[in-house]
Design a protein around this ligand. Sequence first.
Ligand SMILES: C[S@@+](CC[C@H](N)C(=O)[O-])C[C@H]1O[C@@H](n2cnc3c(N)ncnc32)[C@H](O)[C@@H]1O
Ligand code: SF4
Length: 381
Amino acid sequence: MSHRLAFYIHIPYCLARCGYCDFNTYTPRELQSDTVRSLSSRYIESAIREIELASARVGAAVVPSIFFGGGTPSLMAGTEIASVINTIRDRFELASDAEITIEVNPDSVTSEFLALTREAGANRISMGMQSAKAHVLAALDRTHSPESVPRAVELVRSHGYEHCSVDLIYGTPGESIDDWRESVAAALSLKVDHLSAYALIVEKGTKLAARVKSGELIIPPEDETATKYEIVDEMCGEKGFHWYELSNWSAEGGECRHNISYWDGSHWWGVGPGAHSYFNGVRWWNVKHPETYQSKIKEGKSPMLESEELSEQNRRDESIMLRIRMREGIPLSDLSPAERERVGQYLESNHLDDGAWTQGKLVLTRSGRLIADRIVREILV
Ligand SMILES: C[S@@+](CC[C@H](N)C(=O)[O-])C[C@H]1O[C@@H](n2cnc3c(N)ncnc32)[C@H](O)[C@@H]1O
Ligand code: SF4
């Protein structure tokens, strides 16, 4: 029987680094180069080589999804993205209904890029919108304007992309509750079938962290951030979008199947510097810097930095942590009687869905989602 293997392709380049972001991405300047294009063709050659390594290691496999994430995949040439898709198609069996997503930034996505990638089989775009308010985008150091997002979504749709999603961030310094309502309303007025909304995390070592530490920016209080979660959940519901994971809402059929495969314990291969993979109970991750990654590949070596074999216990704990975030929930039969009893106390406080519990499932209510981490700790003491 052949395996199912999802692919994540990391594109480690951005034109500028947003103040809040600590993803594994580099500007051409940091890599002593003039443009991303002068780096990308060599990088894509290495990524293709890693896909060939994956084919040698895994053997026959059906690929249900491919996700190009970053960084900024829309800075690559459309032909480069197409060559990665075609390599996967040549080496594996790409499912006929495969979901192929590309993350794009609203100010770098072009008609040419969308035409070429669509022709190669990509069918889903995920766009970093973050906010509809200029002052919030400025606090986040985003390079795009609010107006560029509707234009870019129109462009995506005009190229026949079946699915389009936008990412929002809430809890940015200076963002009021009304600002947030406006951002959610603006996102839901677009031709999108999916929305991700993330609470801003002040990551150590970022420019944002320095500005917060110096007192120049003030992080809004936690209860306001919780209210913003309730607002986005409510507004999505009114639009007919349902939550299927804590930070993700979609119209019927608009769920991101690739992300679900991370959460439900499927196999995936992460290509590129710093990318993580999981196959047959083993997790591994690649060297972090794009130059080191390319040198390893050029020398014919594996770009893997470290790996770990997950014990039965690890796998179960991770599965509980991930599945509790999903609307699908966890069958109560997967919990021990003691775990069921401990978590059962959250029924009375309305943190767990009563109806689902009666039908034998643990599903969080809206207020339960706000304390998901606490509930997991209670289960896994
Ligand atoms: C890896 S980014 C790539 C998307 C694309 N480069 C962009 O920025 O438009 C994916 C998403 O992660 C979210 N994100 C990144 N850093 C974050 C942080 N510190 N706190 C909350 N969300 C964050 C943003 O919403 C972003 O759109
Ligand atoms: S464009 Fe996206 S990946 Fe690049 S720095 Fe900004 S948030 Fe991070």
